[in-house]
Design a protein around this ligand. Structure first.
Ligand code: NAP
Length: 284
């Protein structure tokens, strides 16, 4: 009997997850289809309930449902509860379990692909949306020295800083408005700059734009852009001009997907195959 995994989000254009998850299922000759279910918020509950069907292995969850899906699930793992968001659902005999694989994937890519050890480092994070929540939580868990959150809508930066402070102990967490002065000061003293905004994302209104110019980027910092399409984002180009080291978002995307694959199938994810398929899809 053919099984399926769904991707729940809205809107969903061309999905990279479809390319690399299907490649992983096909690599093991598994009779599983990865299906893209464009799901408006009002349809979310009905879509989630369809995941209880015996042919369903579960789902990936993306913008804008990662937070609002939580009350629709039967059980949540500790990380999903702590972060307040789930990006993976697993169907176990009609019971739906929620997981967060974004946060560990963010750190795995930072360590293994960026060669960066986050503990005791000074971090500046641009953005305060869904992925910033997972990244901020992961950085606090890794005991960074300080975290400055800068967001276009200042109130969201404040709200995220406040929610992380409860878990931060003596880590300095501050929210800053998006202004040249604040950016310049925070960035001049940072070891890691993480872009959690969608600025620069292909097929968006901000395609081709960088959230920062090279003059703001310290040459000794690592610049980690979570945007994965294009592979070399406008921010990464500016970082290279500044002489900084760079890391794109594709590794994190593939690692969160590999962890999802392992939760659905209990098999080791063919990470190299998934990377190849993702890169191929990006070229296409
Ligand atoms: P989200 O919840 O919609 O948050 C979007 C963030 O971008 C907000 O902080 C928003 O600021 C900011 N923003 C949007 N337009 C902006 C502009 N013109 N100038 C400055 N800031 C702007 O989205 P998300 O889920 O956090 O995703 C953010 C990005 O990360 C997306 O490009 C997504 O593809 C990428 N992502 C990558 C991975 C990965 O595995 N690599 C995983 C998840 C997400 P306001 O609060 O002011 O609106």
């Amino acid at each position: 009997m053919t099984k399926f995994v769904a991707l729940l989000g809205y809107p969903l254009g061309h999905s990279l997850s479809l390319s690399f998850q299907q490649a992983a299922f096909d690599y093991y000759h598994l009779d599983i289809r990865y299906q893209v279910w464009e799901t408006e918020p009002a349809q979310l509950e009905a879509a989630v309930n369809q995941l209880r069907h015996p042919t369903s292995l579960g789902a990936n969850v993306t913008i804008p449902h990662k937070e609002r899906v939580l009350p629709l699930l039967d059980e949540l793992d500790k990380l999903a509860i702590q972060i307040g968001a789930a990006n993976v659902i697993v169907n176990r005999d009609g019971r739906l379990l929620g997981y967060n694989t974004d946060a560990p994937a963010f750190i795995k890519a930072l360590r293994e692909d960026g060669g960066f050890e986050p503990s005791n480092k000074r971090v500046v994070m641009l953005g305060a949306g869904g992925v910033a929540r997972a990244a901020g939580f992961a950085l606090v868990k890794e005991r960074v020295n300080s975290l400055a959150i800068i967001n276009r809508t200042f109130e969201r930066a404040e709200e995220l800083a406040l929610s992380l402070k409860g878990k931060a102990g003596d880590i300095k967490i501050i929210a800053l408005p998006w202004s040249e002065t604040e950016l310049g000061e925070a960035l001049s003293n940072c070891d890691l700059l993480v872009n959690c905004t969608s600025v620069g994302m292909k097929h968006s209104s901000m395609e081709g734009q960088s959230p920062l110019e090279a003059r703001f980027i310290p040459k000794d910092a690592l610049v980690y852009d979570l945007v994965y399409n294009p592979i070399e984002t406008p921010l990464l180009r500016e970082a290279k001009i500044a002489g900084a080291c760079t890391l794109g978002g594709l590794a994190m995307l593939v690692y969160q997907g590999a962890a999802s694959f392992e939760l659905w199938t209990q098999m080791k994810a063919p990470v190299d195959i998934m990377f190849m398929a993702a890169k191929q899809a990006l070229k296409g």
